[in-house]
Design a protein around this ligand. Structure first.
Ligand code: HEC
Length: 102
């Protein structure tokens, strides 16, 4: 019972942690540019973040976007959260777990 429950409980807590990081103005601060379900006072510089699991079935693509979107789009205004060390690899993973719930 416990063994079966554990992985999904873990996934849920990672997503909750990722939401905190994404909404934290001193961490991801994703809301300054993106509308995100459950977030207050979103900006509109980037697209609304939704249906990301169907748009990016490979979670590595989402990790890549959050880590350094300038690799995909050199003109982007989105900060390279991994390259500039605003977020650790572990934090980016949690954020991506959260993105996959949107
Ligand atoms: C300064 C503004 C800004 C901030 C802050 C920002 N983004 Fe972005 N983001 C953008 C823009 C603009 C795009 C559009 C794609 C591009 O510019 O290459 C984008 C694209 C994306 C995409 C692809 C969306 C799609 O539908 O294809 C994802 C996922 C994403 N951002 C996640 C995040 C996350 C998670 C954070 C916080 C950790 C964040 N962004 C913070 C500006 C921002």
């Amino acid at each position: 019972m416990l063994l079966f429950g554990a992985p999904s409980a873990w996934a849920q807590s990672a997503a909750a942690e990722g939401q905190k990081i994404a909404f934290d103005r001193s961490k991801g601060n994703c809301l300054s540019c993106h509308q995100i379900r459950g977030g207050d006072l979103p900006g509109s510089i980037g697209p609304e973040l939704k249906d990301l699991k169907s748009k990016y079935p490979d979670r590595n693509d989402l990790v890549a976007i959050v880590t350094d979107e300038t690799k995909r789009n050199p003109q982007t205004v989105m900060p390279p959260f991994g390259r500039n060390h605003v977020l650790t690899g572990q934090e980016i993973n949690a954020v991506v777990d959260f993105l996959q719930t949107l």
